[in-house]
Ligand binder design. Structure first.
Ligand SMILES: Nc1ncnc2c1ncn2[C@@H]1O[C@H](COP(=O)(O)OP(=O)(O)OP(=O)(O)O)[C@@H](O)[C@H]1O
Ligand SMILES: [Mg+2]
Length: 355
């Protein structure tokens, strides 16, 4: 029995189905990420786990208890929402300690917990203020503190870092990871930031349009995306796709160019003669070379430690990720090479992974 089981959960508002049969088994101590584009149903699913709303059908178990229809207060969860609300008349310290007070935790213990989370969230100097006297990012950290002060069965987070500036976001991400490593509290964390998803998640559920597209470790999701949507959604800059077709022979061709395949891929393609295939290459799989696919350097985007180069080739515009700087100039003729092992094949019709 896992720590959290979501079985065939469906949710319809009026006659519109928002969640279309979600199945997820989360192990005790696991950090689960729900990631997907805006409107795919992440917050709706989290609200069902929290008990703020109820599924139209299906069930939710926390541990061995069926909580599908249980009240939020009977689920032993702590949560931080996308739209968090603090108690306006209470100080920051009282906001953080409120849930502990409700649970009749002794005062000294409560104060210790408040001090601990305030330090971690860098809001020690704000403990006597009221929410109206805080910035958006500070309020978000208080909302986070309120959840972290407790020691629940399950943490639920809905984009808890979205209002923070870039630097604080990275620091808080590391703090959340450390906290989880220490406490091993089962966590469900919603984000559409794929760096957060990859760095925090033990496993990631990639959602689209009310359905789970793939459920696996960050490594699985990145190196073996189950379909073209997952391949495109996870990874930044996004994977390049070359639209190809399999000619009669062992070859995969696009605009008269033959694309490198591994023996395994050649075998997997046996069943796809003449069909459209998407050939995917991550930007880091491509290298500049003095031979290979010709192209013209169209644009250069330096980020500091690495550079993204956009190259116009006969197979379309391809993004190349280069460590450090690009020495070639825009407009210059370049060549690209890659190894077949780094390519991903998807069926052109079903968009499912072939190899
Ligand atoms: N109470 C409601 N009544 C009707 N439709 C709703 C309700 N709540 C959510 N929806 C719809 O359900 C879909 C999923 O919403 P949800 O908030 O779960 O998305 P999300 O994945 O969290 O998106 P975001 O990343 O933007 O927060 C949306 O199309 C939304 O408009
Ligand atoms: Mg949401």
């Amino acid at each position: 029995m896992g720590a959290l089981s979501i079985r065939q959960v469906r949710k319809a508002y009026h006659s519109i189905e928002i969640l279309k049969g979600i199945d997820l088994e989360v192990e005790a101590g696991e950090f689960l990420i729900l990631v997907g584009p805006s409107g795919c149903g992440k917050s709706t699913l989290l609200a069902m786990i929290a008990g703020l709303d109820h599924p139209t059908s299906g069930s939710i178990h926390i541990g061995d208890r069926d909580v599908t229809h249980a009240l939020p207060k009977d689920r032993d969860i702590a949560m931080v929402f996308q739209s968090y609300a603090l108690y306006p008349n209470m100080t920051v310290a009282d906001n953080i300690g409120f849930a502990l007070e409700m649970r009749k935790v002794p005062k000294a213990e409560r104060q210790a917990a408040i001090a601990r989370v305030a330090k971690m969230l860098q809001i020690e100097h704000l403990l006597d203020r009221r929410p109206a006297q805080l910035s958006g990012g500070q309020r978000q950290r208080v909302a986070m503190g309120r959840a972290l002060a407790r020691n629940p069965k399950l943490f639920l987070f809905d984009e808890p870092l979205s209002n923070l500036d870039a630097k604080l976001r990275v620091e808080m991400r590391a703090e959340i990871k450390l906290l989880h490593q220490r406490t091993r509290t089962t966590t469900v964390y919603v984000t559409h930031d794929q760096v957060e998803a990859m760095t925090l998640g033990d496993r990631i559920a990639v959602m689209r349009d009310g359905q789970v597209q793939q459920f696996g470790t960050p490594e699985d999701i990145y190196s073996r995306p189950a379909n073209r949507f997952v391949a495109e959604f996870i990874g930044s800059p996004a994977m390049n796709f070359i639209e190809a077709s399999r000619t009669g022979s062992e070859e995969l061709q696009a605009h008269g160019w033959s694309l490198a395949l591994t023996p395994g891929q050649q075998q997997a393609l046996q069943a796809h003669a003449g069909q459209a295939i998407s050939y995917g290459l991550r930007p880091e799989a491509l290298q500049f070379s003095d031979h290979g696919l010709p192209g013209e350097l169209g644009m250069v985007e330096p980020t500091g430690p690495e550079t993204y180069a956009l190259v116009d080739t006969p197979l379309g515009r391809l993004t190349v990720r280069v460590p450090g700087k690009v020495t070639q100039r825009v407009g210059e003729r370049v060549h690209l090479t890659w190894s077949a092992e780094h390519s991903h094949l998807f069926d052109g019709q079903t968009e499912l992974r072939i190899a």
